[in-house]
Design a protein around this ligand. Structure first.
Ligand code: UD1
Ligand code: CA
Length: 471
C-alpha cells in the first residue's frame, strides 16, 4: 500500500448498516473476514491512510458487533441507521455527526475491502471546485451495478441495475460506489432524495444527477479490480485471494523469501523479518511475528505466535499463542498449544505436544512426548514417549525438571513432581515421588531371562491354535 498526502482535509462516511442478505449468514456481511480483519476494517484503514480527518461508520445490522470490530481511534466514530431505507438514507443518518463540517465528504461502502488509499486520494483531488466527483469503472459483466449515464462527455446520473431500460443495461461503465462531495451540496442533495424507484429506497446514487445540474459531477476512471463489491461468499473468496497475493507480495518486496506468492495465507497484521523464508502452504494468522532469518517450512499453521531469529519450523507444525526462541527447532509434526515457550536452541521433534510449558535453553524433546503444565530448565533431555501426567481428572498439576536433568524414554512423570538438577530418570520409570538433585530414579520390574524358553513357548501356542481349529 502506498501512502497518500494528508494535506487535503476531508471526512469519510462508510456505509455498513446493511445485513448483506446475499451472504446467507447469521453474521453481518461487513464482519466476514479478509486476511484476518473484518471486511469493514479495510475501507476504514484506507480512509485513515488517505488522510481522513474523521471517519463516520454508519451501523445498523449487528451494530454492537460491528462497532466492537472497529479500530479504536479518535478519528473513527459511528452513526446509527436503525432501519435500512437505502444508501442515501444511510448517509443522511451520518449527517448529524458531521454537523458544522465544511469541506469534502468522501462516501464509501463497507463491502469494498480491496480499496486502496490511492483511489480515495485521486477522488478527492478530482473534485476541485465541483460539487461532486466519483470513480467509474469498465466492467466485463456489469450485472448488478449502477450504470453511469452520460450526455456527451458529461456524467448526468446513475441508474440502478433494477431500474435500467434494456438499452441502459448494455452500458458497461459502472458505479463502484465511491464519491467525494462538497459538504453543503451533499446536505442539500440528500434532502431532495425520493424513493420513487424499483426498490422503494432512498438511493445515494441520485446525488449524481443533482450534482450534474448544480455545477457538474467529475468522473475519474479506475480499475475495477480493487473496487469490487462483496455481496456473496464467492465474491468474498475472490477478494480474499486478491488480498492474499497483495500481502505476500508486500512481504516479498520487503526482503522475505516467499517461495510461492499464491500458496501462503498471511493475515494483515503479521510481521516478518528480512531473510525469513516462508515455504508453500504456510498459514500465518492473527498476531504472529516471524523474526529475521527464521524459516517456516511447508504446511505450518501459526496463530498468534512469535518466532525468534534463526528458528526453524519443519513441515506441518501447528502452534498457537506460543513463543519459539532464537535458533530453536520445531517439528516436523509438532503441536504447540497456548502458553508454550521454547528457549534458545531448544528442540521439539515429531509428534511432540506441548502446552503451558516452558522449555529452557538447549533442552530437547525430540520424539513422541506430551509436555503439559511444565517448567523445564536448561540442557534437559526428554526421551521418546515421555508423558507429563498433568491431569488427575479434576485438577492440572505442575511438572518441574531442573537444569541438566535426563528423562529416559517411556517415562511417566506424575504431577505435581520435581526432578532435581542433573538427576537421571531411568528409561521406563513411572516417577511418583520427587527426585533429588543428582539422584538416579529407577522404577521398573526386574527382568528375568529363561534360557531356551522361546521355542517351547511357540510350540505350546501353536498346539493350542491347532486344537482349536480341529474343533
Ligand atoms: C450499490 C450502488 C450501486 C453500485 C454498487 C457498487 C446504490 C443505490 N447503489 O448497490 O450503484 O454499483 O453499490 O457495489 O447506492 N447500506 C447501508 N444502509 C442501507 C443500504 C445499504 O448502510 O440502507 C450499505 C451496505 O451495508 C453496503 C453498502 O451500503 O455496505 C452498499 O449496499 P448494497 O445493498 O450492497 O448496494 P448495491 O445493491 O450493491
Ligand atoms: Ca454491494
Amino acid at each position: 500500500m502506498t501512502s497518500t498526502s494528508t494535506s487535503r482535509g476531508f471526512a469519510a462516511v462508510i456505509l455498513a448498516a446493511g445485513q448483506g442478505t446475499r451472504m446467507k449468514s447469521a453474521q453481518p456481511k461487513v464482519l466476514h473476514a479478509i486476511a484476518g480483519r473484518p471486511m469493514v476494517a479495510w475501507p476504514v484503514a484506507a480512509a485513515l491512510e488517505a488522510g481522513a480527518e474523521r471517519v463516520v461508520v454508519v451501523l445498523g445490522h449487528g451494530k454492537e458487533q460491528v462497532e466492537a470490530a472497529l479500530v479504536a481511534s479518535d478519528r473513527v466514530e459511528t452513526a446509527l441507521q436503525a432501519e435500512q431505507r437505502g444508501t442515501g438514507h444511510a448517509v443522511q443518518c451520518a449527517l448529524p455527526a458531521l454537523e458544522g463540517f465544511e469541506g469534502t465528504v468522501v462516501i464509501l461502502y463497507g463491502d469494498v475491502p480491496l480499496l486502496e488509499a490511492e483511489a480515495i486520494g485521486a477522488l478527492v483531488d478530482a473534485r476541485g471546485d465541483q460539487p461532486l466527483s466519483l470513480l467509474t469503472c469498465r466492467a466485463a459483466d456489469p450485472t448488478g451495478y449502477g450504470r453511469i449515464l452520460r450526455e456527451g462527455d458529461a456524467v448526468v446520473g446513475i441508474r440502478e441495475h433494477k431500474d435500467c431500460s434494456e438499452a441502459e443495461r448494455a452500458i458497461d461503465e459502472i458505479n463502484p460506489g465511491l464519491y467525494a462531495a462538497e459538504a453543503g451540496f451533499l446536505r442539500d442533495a440528500l434532502g431532495g432524495l425520493k424513493d420513487d424507484n424499483a426498490q422503494g429506497e432512498l438511493y445515494l446514487t441520485d446525488i449524481v444527477a443533482a450534482a450534474a445540474s448544480a455545477g457538474g459531477a467529475r468522473a475519474v476512471s479506475w480499475a475495477l479490480e480493487s473496487l469490487q463489491g462483496v455481496n456473496d461468499r464467492a465474491q468474498l473468496a475472490e477478494a480474499a485471494a486478491v488480498m492474499r497475493r497483495r500481502i505476500a507480495t508486500r512481504h516479498a518486496r520487503a526482503g522475505v523469501t516467499i517461495r510461492d506468492l499464491d500458496r501462503v495465507d498471511i493475515d494483515a497484521e503479521v510481521t516478518i523479518g528480512v531473510d525469513a523464508v516462508i515455504e508453500p502452504n504456510v498459514v500465518l494468522r492473527g498476531d504472529t511475528h516471524v523474526a529475521a532469518g527464521a524459516h517456516v517450512d511447508v504446511g505450518c499453521v501459526l496463530t498468534d505466535v512469535t518466532v525468534a531469529e534463526g528458528a526453524y519450523l519443519k513441515p506441518y507444525s501447528v502452534a498457537s499463542e506460543s513463543q519459539i526462541g532464537p535458533d530453536a527447532q520445531v517439528g516436523p509434526f509438532s503441536h504447540l498449544r497456548p502458553g508454550s515457550v521454547m528457549g534458545p536452541r531448544s528442540h521439539l521433534g515429531n509428534f511432540v505436544e506441548m502446552k503451558k510449558t516452558t522449555l529452557g535453553e538447549g533442552s530437547k524433546a525430540n520424539h513422541l512426548a506430551y509436555l503439559g503444565d511444565g517448567t523445564v530448565g536448561a540442557g534437559v533431555n526428554i526421551g521418546a514417549g515421555t508423558i507429563f501426567c498433568n491431569y488427575d481428572g479434576f485438577q492440572k498439576h505442575q511438572t518441574v525438571l531442573e537444569d541438566g536433568a535426563f528423562i529416559g524414554s517411556d517415562s511417566q512423570l506424575i504431577a505435581p513432581i520435581r526432578v532435581g538438577v542433573g538427576a537421571y530418570v531411568a528409561t521406563g520409570t513411572t516417577v511418583t515421588r520427587d527426585v533429588p538433585d543428582d539422584a538416579l530414579a529407577v522404577g521398573r520390574v526386574k527382568q528375568s531371562n529363561k534360557e531356551g524358553y522361546a521355542s517351547r513357548l511357540r510350540a505350546r501356542l501353536k498346539a493350542a491354535k491347532d486344537a482349536k481349529a480341529k474343533g
